[in-house]
Design a protein around this ligand. Sequence first.
Ligand code: OGA
Ligand code: ZN
Ligand code: ZN
Length: 418
Amino acid sequence: MTASQRLLSVRHLIKQLLLPKYVRTYYEGRTENVTFRENEDILDLNIHGEILKFPYVWLRDNCQCAECFHPTAKSRVVDWAKFNLDSKPKDVIKDENSLQVTWDDGHESRYKINWLKLRSFTDKHRKNYNDTIFKPTKKTWHGNNFQKILSKHEFSGIINDDKQLFKWIHDLSVYGVALIKNTPNKETALDSVVQKIGFPKKTHYGTNFIVQNVPNTSNVAYLNSNLQIHVDLPYYEYCPGVNMLHCLVQTSSRGGENLLSDGHYTAEYIKTYHPEQFKLLTDIDVEWSDIGTEQGNEFFKLHRAPVICLDKHGQIERINFSIPQRGSHFLGPIEVVKPWYKAHSLFFKLNMDFAAKFKTDAGDILVFDNIRLLHGRNQYEDKPNNVRKLIGAYVDWDEIYSRLRCLQLKYNHNDELV
Ligand code: OGA
Ligand code: ZN
Ligand code: ZN
């Protein structure tokens, strides 16, 4: 105990002695800004007039001392077999920046006030944490506003400046799309961008895949015909989160434009104006499938999930859509077949209506959320001296959000986050 803590402790003791007897009973305590009582399980903390409540069991579980929380592994190391769910504070001292709790078994815990605030149980504090640190709030868009929401980022900025890297990833997470410009004309350039995030997601199409017109292809994307709006690889249970398409050579023929539609915007629209179709699209599982051989490796992938996947809060978790990769085994009851097809058509038609259409330039990397946006490409023609060529890679959202939070930590110097 330092001298100032000892002083605080003494002051606390004097205060306790001066308090009326009924407040001073064993386990009941009150310092200026903290209230805790024997018969309750929650401690009230008054921070500049705002009362924040922290259950004793939670405080004890989240003790930050080195015995309970490993300082470099940043992980709880409490021996759970010995954990007492009924621990109660014997003494509590609060100063401007920290809270010190002495438990009934003599264990001492200390918490920074800002650390506690960030973990407060109030809706306001939880929302703040959810929207900033957990995942930035998404903003949906209609294709008419595409030019306004599409942010453009320099390749060299992303590679050399972490602030620009942060901005790009942040925009990507909010809008589901962010364009990189002036990428060197090298097949390895995309790898450098992936490395700035972390790790690529390898699939049966490889770590990188070339999108070019190849006859007798293993994937309809490798043709020059119209590529209807879709998400890539919906037949993966762990579907790649983000798709990056580096345009090495763009076609000078007509066509070759990309279509992009915000599946969340469309889903919300259907929920509002066509609730029955929304129910079908969220309830009925579809079997997504891909069967074939790629570079000598055979694959037979199946995944079952609705077109619009909702989480337990009713929020959209993932969009699945791909006409070529929708299997032929219908999974719902026979009487919903026709209504489901109508709902599926509505989803397709609205996404086409809401889609933005644009053509990337050589040097662009089109980066988009593959479990939120639908993308497509118009038919084009190759010529001997102009063969359209893209190189693609995937990265998972786990890696992207992780990088975003690390960068946030770096710039906000907010060590209360961990
Ligand atoms: C794909 C794809 C887009 C394009 O390969 O899955 O969507 O512009 N390609 O060729
Ligand atoms: Zn401890
Ligand atoms: Zn695709």
